[in-house]
Design a protein around this ligand. Sequence first.
Ligand SMILES: C[S@@+](CC[C@H](N)C(=O)[O-])C[C@H]1O[C@@H](n2cnc3c(N)ncnc32)[C@H](O)[C@@H]1O
Length: 400
Amino acid sequence: MSQPAAIAPDLAQRLAEHLAAEGGQISFADYMSLVLYDPQGGYYASRDRQIGPQGDFITSPHLGPDFAELLAEQVAECWDRLGCPDPFQIVEMGAGQGQMAADLLRHLKGAYPDCWRVTQYQIVEISPALAALQQARLAAAAAATDRVVWTHWDSISPGSIVGCCLSNELVDALPVHRVIWQAGQLQEIYVTSEAGQLVDRVGPLSSDRLASYFDEIGIDWAAGHYPEGYSTEVNLAALDWLATVADRLGRGYLITIDYGYEADRFYHPSRSGGTLQCYTNHAHHNDPYWQPGQQDLTAHVDFTALERWGDRLGLTTLGFTRQSLFLMALGLGDRLMALSGGAGLARPDDVHHIFQRRDTLHRLIDPSGLGNFGVLIQAKGLTDAERETPLTGLSTPAGW
Ligand SMILES: C[S@@+](CC[C@H](N)C(=O)[O-])C[C@H]1O[C@@H](n2cnc3c(N)ncnc32)[C@H](O)[C@@H]1O
């Protein structure tokens, strides 16, 4: 991508101040945090239409209500497994434009009214612009009236959540550190400014946590597998987030949906440039210094790390599957079958509608796209019997 970047003056100023305060270089995680979440000029803080056909990228809830409805099926089953608690808390983290919340609540209300009656839906959202958009969307959604509150982790007491914590594409949006294998050692890629351009600068690791991260997930840099210049990412913020969720969850489930791999694939020696991606107008590239604050930056999720740290934090892994299998197990196949049978074909333009819906359902399970997303379900405070009874979303879909 070409430089230099158009950067909002406020954001440029804060970046310059931050660089000066840190002696001329900052970690990539600090840079990512600033350009995505700075309250004035950050990508998520100052723009509210990033997601959807007119935005920079699309997420599953924006393809139509099916994703959220099928997830609601899983959530309702979780409520049942927990013995139908009243209240039942659903905590959505990183709710984007509020589409998933609106569709999930509407489905619960229609299909599981007993569960819906006791549901308290809490949203933890870092971006004030998006929280405002969520409030507007949910105020217009009748099913959500009086059901949803916006909150912060500080307002939720330890062990107080009985229910389900959910996120879709939150963890990939958390700031990552970048590391590089160079001259026989693991080093870190920092951000600095040279002649008015933002550039990489390699230096010693900024935190011992970066080296111990790899010990924990069983990646041995010294074993000779990694080529000179191999670079990748480490999401320490995901571990901090997981620790917070584990602390607040008393009894229930954590469902994390995102793109990513288990550690041996994430850190495979052939993935020599890492997984960092930059999105703008539905195109992606890998120049994180292009138009800071105007593009999304994301990195894939290391699901092994979430499982290993989860274990330590008292979160038992119930299962890890792919979105395609998860949604099929929860009934996406039945929806496709119903369409094949011509259900709802009353007028000629219904044919167009049916083709569109079929396309949407296929996109949700496309193995080269959204269907390949990971779904990790962890739990805390369950009895042995509750833990051992498989959840539908983790079971093998009928006919597979
Ligand atoms: C890629 S968007 C996904 C939005 C939505 N879940 C969807 O699937 O359409 C990431 C979301 O996470 C939010 N976010 C990022 N970091 C967060 C944090 N630490 N706490 C809460 N929300 C966060 C962003 O503001 C945004 O709403």
